[in-house]
Design a binder for this molecule. Sequence first.
Ligand code: NAD
Length: 504
Amino acid sequence: MTTTARDRATSAGAYPSYDDEQPRDYGMLVGGEWVPAASGETIDVITPVDRFKVVARTPRGRAEDADRAVRAARAAYPAWAALPFAERQRALLRIADDLEPLVEDLARLTALDTGNALRTQARPEAALLVQAFRYFAGLAGEVKGVTLPTGDEALSYTRRLPLGVVAGILPWNSPLMIAAFKLPAALVSGNTMVLKAAEDAPLTILELAAVCARHLPPGVLNVVTGYGAEVGEALVVHEDVDKVSFTGSTAVGAGVASRAGQRLAHVSLELGGKSPCVVFPDSDTDAVVEQVLLATRFARQGQSCTSGSRLFLHEDIHDSFLDKLVARASELRVGDPREESSDIGCIINERQWQRVQGYIEDGLAQDGVGVAYDGRASLAVGEPGLYHAPMILTQVSNDWRIAREEIFGPVLSVLRWKDEDEVVRMANDTHYGLAAFVFARDIGAAMRTAHRIESGWVQVNQGGGQLPGQSYGGMKASGQGREFSLEGMLEGFTQIQQVNVRLT
Ligand code: NAD
């Protein structure tokens, strides 16, 4: 029997846990119903906490399932789009109110599903989801047009209209946070949606959908599960999907853009990164070390697109800063992501774990590389969890693979610099342009450098995460379009209709 996500989400604490004897069976949310895949096939969801443990089974959606979900979203679209904005606002606020008491459960499920540590990552991620629903509910009335002053005999104005059916494609690394970037903005501006959860970490998205479904008309939000090449691809090429909002790897995103582009669908892409983190000589302090540590995203096992994975240290402070950073990195506790005491959880799956090893081996094989810190030897946890400790490699050259390619693991490449022009050139010598971090007390140097770095998001003297309301997105091969902000919502999920009226 298919147990619905909807049933379980009504009682806090009833989400699947590691201790469940049998895997939970989930359905997909299509037209307000929880349904299996048309084929009846399922995919095992394995927790990174134990690579042998199947915690749930989700439907293996394919083209037929994508089509059912798109048709449900299309059927729900006219009535949803036609609502006064305050109605959509109310629905989002109700969802936020229902999500709030579930934050702890969603955080625990995130830890089980993704391996992200509860305290450092999973809980903030679940809390951000609630904030995002409230933030975008507040923007509901901003989906409005302007009037051109054409005199008393004419009325010339614009209307901001939704795009229609939006397919949101999610990665596994922070499913709730990335759903927060897309879902409330798309819905509040009058679109209906089909979300595709990542095959490796779909559970929190299904539970989120269960809460949303209580407050939305059937079909306004649909969620499909399955493999990217199957149900994901089917959404991208579906002729009734008006917009594809994709977050994932640059390679897959390029294919998505080209296939959606062939049928002239709207596309936005949040892709990979290899972000620079630049420390000036006046910033050799413990406080900056803490922020740089945040920027490394070690506490997310490095599985973050905004990881400051290339650390540029000025030569005058290189050794002293590195000593402090290594001392702090060695204090980070790698452990069960569900434990409060863990700073770092697990890598998502075995394939990714091996991929990280491959990069480390490649880095270690380079002439002149130094190892400032290799936490692997002191790792107190191991099988059956997919644990990995931080690794800090020094004397790295900007043209090595470990400095050019996104590793998506806790591996930091440290590079030395002498002058400002040189460090800006090295920071920009990448095909990515997602995030950047600049640390300098000299505010002139900090701002000059921040403005010269080709990244969609630059942080100065801080290393944390995104805030609702900021424009988030990448330059260059890190993506197209912005999310999580008023302008992101307007540009990404609406279109303008110009109306000219003769009044005489
Ligand atoms: P991925 O590209 O492999 O998959 C992302 C999603 O796309 C998954 O749901 C997958 O099933 C789906 N997919 C795969 N092939 C598809 C296809 N042909 N058509 C349609 N959908 C398809 O990425 P991932 O491994 O899940 O996530 C890690 C990557 O995501 C990293 O590169 C990371 O940098 C990036 N990421 C970017 C951001 C951002 O905001 N820029 C945020 C998180 C992750």
